[in-house]
Design a protein around this ligand. Structure first.
Ligand SMILES: [Fe+2]
Ligand SMILES: [Fe+2]
Length: 362
């Protein structure tokens, strides 16, 4: 595990913000590229009915006018932002930058696939999803610009490192991140709906309709995987297990580095993360034949351990020198062992439902 918000240099200037977005650590959102020829060969004909219905929803574009600020937005920013402590402001900025990077990561990947395939189904899907993600990233960037910390997205696209993932890894990881994105946004929205006094920035008012886009993006990958059932069988079940754990563990450690953010919303990071895991696990039964038991005490203890190791690693990094380096090595080993133990915990199997599509009902 690597840099955390708490250990990192504060974000004070536009160059710090851009640096934060471009850096690649274990915890920061990444940019991806993939095998476009394999994407081109995908066949969704076995789920044609559900696919076409989904395409009609994308075409209907019910969030077309959603990502516009209303008249009160600027007033709320002016009223609420000065009330944040400097530490809280840092956590919020970290949240905005990592959310933007992750929205923009989807935008770039979907756009590259769109440009590099001829397959009409995939091309059309990617066009719609890139459209949505570009709106999402742009909307977050407006809020960063309020702080004078806008991200130069063209530059980010050119300079950030890209990770190559085979299509099946893209499906597992992106499906999860879309559904987690939904679960995260809706959990925050529902909490602040109950406690409007804790809504410390107007952007959270947008989350309800916003997360329906993420839900639908996740549905698209669910249909692709269900149309290609070999992706959900045999040795691939081990990959699915790996990706669920990796995505959950990364989210847990990252969220626990910004406890104030959740506290300000009247949540604690544990409560928030386990709610998000439960929602995501429930949804993911539409496609994944296995699920992790995230409420098992050993699972929770394992995640707590990973966070403690990540903190120890940050302290070692800050200390530097030979001892610092050695300690970092020990931390890496301990993290790998803890991850391995979590990976080997028993999983729950699920029977895949006949109908793939679900509605965002949380
Ligand atoms: Fe998005
Ligand atoms: Fe999305």
């Amino acid at each position: 595990m690597s840099t955390t918000a708490a250990a990192a240099k504060p974000i004070a200037t536009s160059s710090d913000a851009n640096q934060k977005a471009v850096e690649s650590t274990m915890l920061s959102p990444r940019f991806y590229t993939t095998d476009f020829d394999a994407m081109d060969r995908l066949d969704v004909s076995s789920v044609r009915g559900e696919w076409d219905a989904m395409m009609r929803e994308y075409e209907g574009d019910n969030n077309h006018d959603h990502f516009q600020r209303d008249a009160q937005f600027a007033d709320e920013v002016a009223e609420l932002m000065p009330k944040l402590s400097p530490e809280m402001r840092q956590e919020f900025l970290d949240f905005l930058i990592s959310s933007l990077t992750s929205e923009f990561s989807g935008c770039i990947l979907y756009n590259e696939i769109r440009k590099n395939v001829e397959n009409p189904d995939i091309k059309q899907l990617m066009t719609y999803m890139a459209r949505d993600e570009s709106r999402h990233a742009g909307f977050i960037n407006q809020s960063l610009k309020d702080f004078g910390l806008g991200i130069d997205m063209g530059d980010l696209k050119r300079t950030k490192a890209y990770t190559f993932f085979k299509p099946k890894y893209i499906f597992y990881a992106t499906y999860l991140s879309e559904k987690i994105g939904y679960a995260r946004y809706i959990t925050i929205f529902r909490q602040l709906e109950k406690h409007p006094d804790k809504r410390f920035h107007p952007i959270f008012r947008w989350f309800e309709l916003w997360c329906n886009d993420e839900f639908r993006h996740g549905e698209s990958f669910a249909l692709i995987m269900r149309a290609n059932p070999h992706l959900l069988r045999g040795v691939n079940k081990l990959w699915i297990r790996f990706f669920i754990l990796a995505v959950y563990a990364t989210m847990y450690v990252r969220d626990h580095t910004r406890p104030m953010l959740h506290h300000a919303m009247g949540l604690d990071s544990d409560e928030y993360d386990y709610t998000v895991f439960r929602i995501t696990t429930e949804i993911s039964r539409q496609v994944f034949p296995i699920a992790l038991d995230t409420d098992h005490p050993d699972f929770r203890a394992g995640l707590e351990n990973l966070f403690a190791i990540s903190q120890a690693n940050d302290r070692a990094k800050a200390r530097g020198g030979v001892i610092g380096k050695l300690t970092q090595g020990v931390c890496a080993l301990r993290a790998a062992l803890t991850f391995g133990r979590l990976y080997l915990m028993p999983v729950q199997s699920s029977e895949l439902p006949q109908t793939v599509r679900m509605v965002p009902a949380w």
